[in-house]
Design a protein around this ligand. Structure first.
Ligand code: CFM
Length: 471
């Protein structure tokens, strides 16, 4: 039976439909875990809310835009500093997050006046900034504040500003995934096509679904520049608000994170006829393939081969050094969804690392299709896991290293298994050739960290040493 009911779930048998084990020899694309469904009562989900998916993941990355969060201050705080997306203008986006700080009396009497006041205060406090995204949250959506009317009033009085409204309160969907969707569709229908970019190259792309985590965008940008390709907009790593209004002028949509931003690529295709090209940006093989595909679209194949040869010559020796020391290590990936299918073959092919368990917080069935097609046999694939499942699967899969975020990372520490931040990274960037060397280095440092020996009790019960001497 390919679907698995874990011991810890005996009182919630519905969880069986969310956990799949790809047995050796099985071609199992017929079996997909149930995904993008409401969390089952009784399990403690690791998911984020829909507002978070819109603000923290996509909108908050823009480097010149005030983030006005209409709600209690916690909604702003908890989506403020928990992700690492630098920008080339001094990290504007962290400095200028605003909250309307809704209190009980505002919930009772309405928060529209408060929003109007906060918007004006923010624009007055930062006269150089003319762009803003206003987000609703659970309480302000529930009391029915007419946010669009307030925005109209403020923008009518300030003709030089532009404001985008995201009405996606935390309860809008089953996870952060809904927030991605709402922001994508809102942006393409209201903002794309309202600014004309300066075109400097016959080859133009939009780079979609990359959020400049610890500088990923900066690495990839260098490649496009070398090929003479102009990036009209990054959606949204290191981008400005107005770059993203000009996406209708890209000749090709290059999509990295298909989960969070495939929607806008599909809409740009439908509305403007811009083709969509999906790529993987982590790992040497995938990066080379991505460069070939993008360059190939514009007939720049020769330039692409030169670039790949040069980058490979520069970074391969370092990667090989790590590969020799990481070969055969077992890895678990416990993140949002797409990183499962982006990473499983990248680490297997480029580093000889086997991925033995993978968990997705909010991926859809199409993410599981990709990850199960690319993943190994003898691997667990889990949708929206809970804490007890995490412990049970770690016990069964016995990874040497886990890629996850700080929330699950605290559980990992209890197991004394090395952990690398699979969301915000340890010491990124991780994309591209040099990025993947960083990723390998962090895996090596984690698995060979002498500190782990201080905590190396035999927690697995198999007598195995958890860490090796640093080579
Ligand atoms: Fe896309 Fe992302 Fe991810 Fe994501 Fe995320 Fe993320 Fe992720 Mo954390 S946009 S879906 S909502 S690749 S924050 S940068 S790492 S869970 S797998």
């Amino acid at each position: 039976m390919p679907m698995v009911l874990l011991n810890c779930d005996r009182d919630i048998p519905e969880r069986e439909r969310h956990i799949y084990f790809k047995a050796p020899g099985e071609d199992t694309r017929d079996y997909l875990p149930v995904a993008n469904a409401p969390t089952i009562p009784g399990t403690l989900s690791e998911r984020g809310c829909s507002f978070c998916g819109a603000k923290l993941v996509i909108g908050g990355v823009l480097k010149d835009t005030i983030q006005m969060i209409h709600g209690p201050v916690g909604c702003a705080y908890d989506t403020w500093h928990t992700k690492r997306y630098p920008s080339d203008n001094g990290h504007f986006q962290l400095k200028y997050s605003w909250s309307t700080d809704m209190k009980e009396s505002h919930i009772v009497f309405g928060g529209e006046k408060r929003l109007e006041k906060a918007m004006n205060e923010a624009f007055d406090a930062m006269p150089e900034i003319k762009r803003m995204i206003v987000y609703t949250t659970c309480p302000t959506a529930l009391i029915g504040d007419d946010v669009k009317a307030v925005v109209k009033k403020v923008t009518d009085a300030r003709p030089d500003v532009d404001v985008f409204v995201v009405e996606c309160p935390g309860f809008a969907g089953v996870s952060q995934s809904k927030g991605h969707h709402v922001l994508n569709i809102g942006w393409v229908s209201e903002k794309v096509g309202t600014v004309e970019p300066e075109i400097t190259s016959p080859y133009t792309i939009n780079f979609i679904g990359d959020y400049n985590i610890q500088g990923d965008t900066f690495v990839l940008e260098k490649y496009w520049e070398r090929l003479g390709i102009q990036v009209i907009a990054h959606f949204t790593g290191n981008s400005t608000y107005d770059d993203c209004r000009a996406m209708h002028r890209g000749k090709l949509n290059v999509v990295n994170c298909a989960r969070s931003a495939g929607y806008i690529a599909n809409e740009l295709k439908r509305l403007y006829g811009i083709p969509r090209l999906d790529i993987d940006s982590w790992g040497f093989n995938y990066t080379a393939e991505a460069i070939r595909k993008v360059a190939g679209f514009f007939g720049l194949d020769e330039k692409a081969e030169e670039l790949i040869a040069e980058e490979t010559a520069k970074w391969q020796p370092q990667l090989d050094w790590y590969k020799e020391r990481l070969q055969g290590k077992k890895m678990a990936i416990w993140t949002g969804g797409p990183r499962l299918w982006h990473w499983t073959k990248a680490v297997e092919d480029d580093l000889g690392v086997e991925v033995v368990a993978m968990s997705s917080k909010f991926g859809h069935e199409e993410d599981f299709e990709k990850v199960i097609a690319r993943g190994r046999h003898g691997t667990y694939y889990i949708d929206d896991p809970n804490e007890l499942e995490f412990f049970e699967i770690m016990d069964k899969a016995k990874p040497d290293i886990i890629f996850t975020g700080p929330r699950v990372g605290d559980l990992v520490k209890k197991l004394h298994i090395p952990y690398v931040n699979g969301h915000g990274y340890h010491n990124g960037p991780y994309m591209g050739f040099e990025g993947f060397v960083n990723m390998a280095r962090d895996m090596y440092n984690a698995t060979h960290n002498p500190l782990m020996r201080l905590a190396a009790i035999d927690i697995r019960g198999d007598g195995a040493r958890l860490v090796e001497e640093a080579a």
